[in-house]
Design a protein around this ligand. Structure first.
Ligand code: SF4
Length: 192
């Protein structure tokens, strides 16, 4: 049996993150680690080190789809693998991300009230007011947390959907973070 290391259990952190955001939305800020660590590892570390070793979300999809048999294990449609789709999705993701930052700014400037909702799939506004537990922090801090949790939950739901329909880690084919780290690695290799 393959020896297990601490980083083989990072899927637990991914599950814990989603659960914590259900109880207190401020935990959503921890998700920034999943943004900065992959980028830093791609810039300064070995190629795709984060994806291959440290991504708890990828591990979670492998576990659910592999060991728990929740995946149909079909090939992903060809269009999902194309550069046009992957880069298009990355751009779309960025636009949505900046819109989330803009909403945070509007709350910061007082132009908009805090929205205690989590937006799933950029469309469905789910009431999430029970997770607004700490009212002493500035409103924009909470607004960012609601927005960022929406991003994380949306990508997890998309990942689970594609895991069920196709192979366990099909999300990795078009994951914006995977596309970004791949781009960074390509640029690094061109410079050599
Ligand atoms: S492609 Fe995305 S989900 Fe897959 S391992 Fe890399 S960062 Fe994680």
């Amino acid at each position: 049996m393959k020896q297990k290391y601490w980083y083989d259990y990072l899927w637990i952190a991914s599950v814990a993150y989603l659960l914590l955001g259900f109880f207190n939305i401020l935990f959503a800020w921890l998700g920034l680690l999943c943004f900065f660590i992959p980028l830093l590892l791609a810039i300064f570390g070995k190629d795709k080190l984060y994806c291959n070793r440290y991504c708890g979300r990828g591990q979670l999809f492998s576990l659910l789809g592999g060991r728990f048999g929740l995946s149909r294990k079909r090939d992903v449609p060809y269009f999902l693998k194309t550069k046009a789709f992957r880069y298009g999705f990355l751009i779309f993701f960025f636009i949505m991300f900046f819109q989330m930052l803009w909403n945070t700014y509007l709350v910061f400037s007082g132009a908009q009230d805090l929205r205690q909702v989590v937006t799933l799939l950029w469309t469905f506004r789910l009431p999430w007011q029970w997770a607004y537990q700490v009212e002493t922090v500035p409103l924009w801090v909470s607004q960012f947390a609601f927005g960022f949790y929406s991003v994380m939950l949306t990508s997890t739901v998309l990942g689970i959907l594609t895991m069920v329909l196709f192979k366990p880690r099909s999300w990795c084919v078009y994951c914006p973070m995977g596309t970004m780290t791949q781009l960074i690695c390509q640029v690094k290799h061109q410079e050599k």
